[in-house]
Design a protein around this ligand. Structure first.
Ligand SMILES: Nc1ncnc2c1ncn2[C@@H]1O[C@H](COP(=O)(O)OP(=O)(O)OP(=O)(O)O)[C@@H](O)[C@H]1O
Ligand SMILES: Nc1ncnc2c1ncn2[C@@H]1O[C@H](COP(=O)(O)OP(=O)(O)OP(=O)(O)O)[C@@H](O)[C@H]1O
Ligand SMILES: [Mg+2]
Ligand SMILES: [Mg+2]
Lengths: 168, 153, 153, 168
């Protein structure tokens, strides 16, 4: 379930549509402070089903919608799409035969949410289950946020067992 | 699940004991269960001995040593049960040049099984990448992608 | 002491509003009392607007923006009531090159009033120093001082 | 009250005596991970009267005594001396006329502590009072430890007032 492409529009500082095409191997994301690099990581977490605004540095989920800049007005919707390659023919029967699976999440400023799998509306649960079933879901050790690497060592012993549990 | 936890713990611990000396150019580290009798509740301690140093309270380690130890553990888990992709946001920030080299070398090796996305300010890390994504804000507050030359940094 | 707190707060706030745009090349920031009626218990909020961006929840700021904002506040307090010396341990770690330049420039200016000790891995920061202390462990686990040439890094 | 010199022996990784002569202006401390740079900061905090082992990354104060390496045995005592220039003729009457003030702190593995001002035994209280009276004592904004700069922004508003209080 490799990532083939990420499309972001209206999400945090990505008010204009941005597409990242991922190929094999190592990708490095670079740029000055505050330009949007960690926002890309947030977009990936969000489209995978992150439900806690605090895990995205926000106070409410509405904070992920582009709130405007000095030159640009706020917008009314955030949308992120993750296109995954499905060579392993994984996932539920409805998606198993597709070589690509597109996961889309949208949030409107009035609070309405929309979720899609290959452009077909679905529930958030379908998205989170897809990621769990295809082995992508264990994010605890596959997404390390900025400044968080030290938490493993400073955590209490009881708070570290989830790392083993997620890999088990 | 008790059996599964214990088996996974053993595998991750073995890997951790291999990965740590690779990143530290020596030394040893291991995971220890705080309560071997209670696998459902036990915590996990980390015992660390950087090369040439003595086993000490893990809190006395330096900022870079702590980060590198955490990376060793994360990578050990990753090697036991790879995720299709791994995203690391500025984990190289506290590391000196020599440690960044070893870190990048290990990421290089693991990248044929999994996709790695490294967010970084470090030139050496940029150099190990196959693809480089430059993010800028030409219009303030608005992110866009640009193509990057390594010598821009 | 209520009066003294209020006066100090005002002075620090004025300085903070000057220092922030120097480090960020624009934008604005200010301190706000959460309860102006209760000076003995009031908390202090920080409102930040990087250049060209909108005023937002301070948690949405990037790692580097947060560090630089904190530095601006620390330096504002320092300018109001200088300590004889100031020790900063790797505060430049999350900053990009341009921000490190401005940070170092400001430290340079403040260093004629106070002594600054900067612990760093960054070449540019080393370059602004008057004296360089190299620390190594020739014998593992044992620290010693060595003389340093900037091109060792 | 500028720092003229720092002498460390038996403290953390500085088992052998090390002297740092500080001059005017900016000093940069550099070296590889784990070589002892932050331990120098800890030594300065400790000699100024730090009483919490946790603020020095230890579990008990005994942790600041060199505990040995593969080649070297542990030692029984840690000692740090800070030599300050006293051009402002500050401090209590006993010290006011000295152009230099030497602050020394020793800890023995059996728990015994010794404190000296200009080689004369004194109490810890005399040391902490000296630093407070001479304006050096407000450490909250004059010593920023590794990884701690972000705390100011992530702190709750009530927990930030001490910064103003210390400067007041
Ligand atoms: N909803 C939003 N609308 C507009 N801008 C936003 C929104 N949420 C976050 N931002 C902006 O995004 C910027 C942070 O971006 P990000 O954290 O990705 O930076 P970064 O490239 O990782 O920088 P660093 O190198 O300092 O870590 C902040 O300036 C923040 O104000
Ligand atoms: N009591 C002690 N006896 C012996 N060694 C000790 C003692 N206390 C700490 N150390 C060692 O000191 C080292 C940490 O030093 P320090 O934190 O100063 O490193 P640093 O130079 O700041 O590195 P970094 O660049 O990674 O922050 C650790 O390896 C630790 O084991
Ligand atoms: Mg970031
Ligand atoms: Mg350090």
């Amino acid at each position: 379930m490799k990532i083939k492409r990420l499309e972001i529009v209206g999400f945090k500082s990505f008010v204009d549509r941005v597409c990242l095409d991922f190929s094999e191997g190592i990708a490095a994301v670079v740029g000055p402070n505050g330009c949007g690099k960690s926002n890309i990581l947030d977009a990936i977490r969000w489209v995978m089903g992150e439900q806690s605004a605090r895990n995205l540095r926000g106070r409410s989920m509405e904070d992920v919608i582009f709130g405007g800049s000095e030159m640009r007005k706020p917008v009314g919707m955030a949308e992120v799409s993750l296109i995954l390659s499905n060579e392993g023919r994984l996932g539920p029967p409805a998606l198993r035969d597709y070589p690509e699976i597109m996961v889309t999440r949208r949030l409107y400023r009035n609070g309405d949410s929309e979720y899609r799998l290959n452009k077909t509306p679905c529930r958030l649960l379908d998205i989170t289950e897809l990621f769990i079933d295809t082995g992508v879901g264990a994010r605890a050790y596959s997404i390390i946020e900025q400044g968080k690497i030290g938490m493993i060592l400073s955590a209490r012993p009881e708070d570290r067992r989830f790392l083993i549990e997620e890999a088990a | 699940t008790r059996k599964r936890f214990s088996e996974t713990f053993r595998q991750v611990n073995d890997r951790f004991q291999e990965v740590f000396p690779r990143l530290f150019l020596g030394g040893k580290a291991e995971l220890r269960l705080t309560d071997e009798q209670d696998l459902l509740e036990t915590g996990i301690d980390i015992a660390v001995q950087p090369p040439g140093k003595k086993l000490q309270n893990v809190n006395l380690l330096s900022g870079g040593e702590k980060a590198l130890t955490a990376v060793a553990l994360i990578f050990a888990i990753f090697l036991i049960k790879p995720s299709p992709f791994c995203i690391l946001d500025e984990v190289d920030a506290p590391l000196d040049d020599a440690n960044i080299e070893r870190f990048n070398e290990l990421v290089r090796e693991m990248s044929d099984k999994s996709q790695f996305i490294l967010i970084t300010h470090n030139k050496r890390t940029m150099n190990v990448a196959d693809t480089l994504y430059g993010v800028t804000m030409e219009s303030p507050g608005v992110s866009k992608l640009v193509s990057v030359r390594i010598n821009d940094f």
